[in-house]
Design a protein around this ligand. Structure first.
Ligand code: FES
Length: 166
């Protein structure tokens, strides 16, 4: 199970009041774990190890079960994303126009593997399914910005722009 390793040294996160009351409200309901994990990821941008432990304590759900759910749904992340989250669309339209190559090129250029963040903390690269602008395929987003009709050649320039902003 990939979710359980490699998080030594991560700080313990503090749950904001809103998240605590959300968990209190949901923990008694059916299917609550997924809702709780969604809310946790929305709060921190990923599901930190210490958050999973706190959820386990608050809900009585075994930690192994929580990580079972996290690794089953690829949507949940266990590592902190880079400051600029790069999402390469691999939905059908984008995939057919080379999205698969783009994700490899992006990771190669930034020298990171899936689930890794660049050593300066600036970038992480993930694949997503259809971001809703198939007419612009192939599409990549960086934070709130969308790049359509993307070519491999544009990647260095795009990343440098964000790197320059720090
Ligand atoms: S498939 Fe990529 S935006 Fe729809």
């Amino acid at each position: 199970m990939s979710g359980c390793s490699g998080h030594g040294g991560e700080e313990k996160v503090t749950f904001p009041k809103e998240l605590v009351s959300f968990i209190d409200e949901w923990k008694v309901k059916q299917g609550s774990l997924i809702m709780i994990l969604h809310k946790t990821q929305e709060t921190f941008g990923f599901v930190p190890r210490s958050a999973a432990e706190q959820i386990s304590q608050m809900t009585g759900i075994h930690l192994a079960k929580i990580y079972g759910v996290i690794s089953f749904y690829h949507f949940f992340k266990t590592t902190k994303p880079g400051k600029n989250k790069v999402s390469v669309c691999l939905g059908t339209a984008c995939y057919l126009k080379g999205g698969g190559d783009h994700i490899e090129s992006a990771r190669e250029f930034l020298k990171i593997a899936p689930d890794e963040v660049t050593s300066d903390g600036l970038f992480s690269v993930e694949e997503v399914r259809c971001v809703g602008c198939c007419g612009l395929a192939p599409v990549m987003t960086v934070g709130p910005d969308t790049y359509g009709k993307l070519t491999k050649q544009q990647l260095p320039e795009i990343f440098e722009k964000y790197r320059a902003r720090g």
